[in-house]
Design a protein around this ligand. Sequence first.
Ligand SMILES: [Zn+2]
Length: 131
Amino acid sequence: MFFQKFQRFMYGRYGTDAFSFFLLGLGLVLTLLAGLFFRPLVLLADLLYLYAIFRLFSRNIPARQKELSAFLRVWGPVKGWFSFQKRRFSERKLYRYFKCPNCKQALRAPRGRGKIEVTCQKCHKVFITKT
Ligand SMILES: [Zn+2]
């Protein structure tokens, strides 16, 4: 009964997305920091919560989708950098990571092969490196 009423209430409303979860997560972090260091940060956290709630019930779906795509344009590279660092760390015993001296592209090679000749996948520069 309640669930059906809620479903009807939510019909045509935006709901949640990655940006909403990001706002809630950031709000939670700010709440914790406020408790530890600087009390007024709670107000900023509350604004983030209110914005997330506003987005949840909003009927202006195109505007919310625009916000999401703007968020993903910024968040995508940040998330990509973190997942690259995670992968690099988990493979640290198997692969050595280095950058192409020409275009700075991140490259990797199996460890323990000694001096090897590397061809960059991006700019095709050939160089020697130790693994
Ligand atoms: Zn290169």
